[in-house]
Design a protein around this ligand. Structure first.
Ligand code: SF4
Ligand code: SF4
Length: 451
């Protein structure tokens, strides 16, 4: 079902319009990166319990072989992304900072022997519980950046009935275009992955939310939805950041408001991203565990910006070199985009399941780095999509008034960065908000430990 004939662009309240910088990488087809010589695979790449290694130094592993797992429900197993020898299970630099336990594998010549999952002959006749098991065994997590285990997200409790699934094709973060390319290049497999997800949830209503700056993706998705006779609605959305955040997308596509502190399932919705739907298709139909993904390598400091399909655990440096390397002086590197991404200081860190991009910027594109006092202009309040008062929360965190921070709703902040983006004083609002969250959580954990 298409709605392009009754175009009625919707969006959420507030938000911002940063420069997109998507033209650098959105037009050229993705390239498959040659097999890396070595990969570093962290034992935790997801929200939930970390995995324990199932392999040791000296073991030979196949591509797709499960190499780490845990019995915890909220977790996700890890698989070897190349065929080779485990040379270490040790701590290495991680994109989130510090050193964390990883499995270091060196490639064995040109071999790429796969160990595949057992899949059903026909997923349409397979019970949802069996499909859930495959999604779990494939190690699939939310590939939009959240890395929440997909099998958990697709198992809402019975007291939270879900009636809508939204496929998130917004990709509102500046610079990133890998979801856009996947919609163009992998249209049918993405749509079939979405159909499997509806089957998992045992629901019929599916919406694909795509911002209108991806007109070609809207057109091809609408055409293929019709050709495949799928009962999905392609919903064009106004271009606005952070529309790809779940709560904003649900508001934009369905007009439902997720309550403060609530989850999408509280309003009967599950949201998943384009690359996640593709991963579900590859697992359930092709038996492939999640061992590679498309990511955008871009920015004005990259010689040949583009999208590459890389094995998980590939060092950032290898990805950057595959795109012609850095031009010269690079002021900042982000994992993800500049709004919600994480600054990187070492290109030897590995790509993770949730690495949607590597953005390398020259200083000309950086936001202001000097900070001035707040001038009470109210701009941060005007744009906050969560209806918060960022200036107040930030100030309370800065002055260590953490209880008051909580009263002002610090935990409702989705860290979208819209407030800092518009602040004329260059105040690092999001950093202070994060400090507030960390301090309150530490205090709560101490109280729990004493109880
Ligand atoms: S306070 Fe949080 S949710 Fe509001 S604009 Fe700032 S980062 Fe976004
Ligand atoms: S946008 Fe910046 S200067 Fe304006 S009120 Fe918010 S914190 Fe203060």
């Amino acid at each position: 079902m298409s709605n392009s004939g009754t175009l009625n662009l919707s969006t959420f309240r507030r938000g911002v319009h940063p420069d997109e910088f998507k033209n650098m990488s959105c037009s050229s087809p993705s390239r498959v990166l040659p097999l890396p010589d070595e990969v570093f695979i962290p034992l935790q790449q997801h929200i939930g319990a970390p995995c324990e290694s199932l392999v040791k130094k000296g073991d030979l592993v196949k591509t797709g072989q499960k190499i780490a797992d845990t019995s915890a429900f909220v977790s996700s197993p890890i698989h070897a992304s190349i065929t080779g020898k485990v040379v270490a299970v040790s701590s290495f630099p991680h994109p989130l900072g510090g050193k964390v336990p990883m499995i270091h594998i060196k490639r064995n010549g040109d071999e790429d022997d796969w160990e595949l999952l057992t899949t059903p002959e026909n997923w349409e006749n397979t019970p949802p519980e069996e499909l859930q098991k495959i999604v779990r065994e494939a190690g699939i997590v939310g590939l939009g950046g959240a890395a929440f285990p997909t099998h958990v997200k697709m198992s809402p409790p019975k007291d939270k009935p879900v009636d809508h699934f939204i496929l998130n094709g917004c990709e509102c973060e500046p610079f990133l275009t890998c979801d856009h390319r996947n919609m163009l290049e992998e249209t049918d497999r993405v749509l079939k992955g979405m159909a499997i997800m509806l089957k998992l949830l045992d629901i019929k209503q599916g919406i694909i939310g795509i911002e209108t700056n991806k007109a070609d993706a809207i057109a091809v998705m609408e055409a293929r939805v019709q050709a495949l006779n799928l009962n999905f609605k392609v919903q064009p959305l106004k271009v606005k950041y952070p529309q790809g955040a779940e709560k904003m997308l649900i508001d934009a596509a369905l007009g439902r408001k997720v309550p403060d502190g609530g989850l999408p399932m509280d309003v009967g919705v599950v949201v998943n991203n384009i690359a996640t739907a593709l991963a579900v298709y590859e697992a359930v139909v092709e038996g492939k565990p999640l061992i590679q993904r498309m990511l955008t390598v871009t920015g004005d400091a990259i010689t040949e910006p583009g999208n590459i399909i890389a094995r998980i655990g590939t060092p950032f440096q290898v990805c950057v070199d595959a795109c012609g390397g850095l031009k010269g002086e690079t002021a900042q590197v982000f994992m993800g985009g500049p709004m919600m991404g994480l600054a990187q200081y070492d290109l030897n860190v590995p790509t993770l399941k949730a690495t949607s991009g590597i953005v390398c910027l020259e200083s000309s594109q950086l936001k202001k780095t000097r900070h001035y006092p707040c001038i009470q202009c109210g701009s941060c309040v005007t744009v906050c999509p969560m209806n918060l008062v960022p200036t107040r929360i930030s100030r309370l965190a800065e002055t260590a008034k953490y209880d008051e921070c909580k009263d002002w709703g610090v935990f409702n902040c989705i860290e979208c960065g819209s407030c800092a983006f518009v602040c004329p004083s260059g105040i690092p609002l999001v950093q202070w908000i994060r400090v507030g969250k960390v301090k309150i959580t530490e205090k709560q954990n101490k109280l729990k430990a004493k109880a």
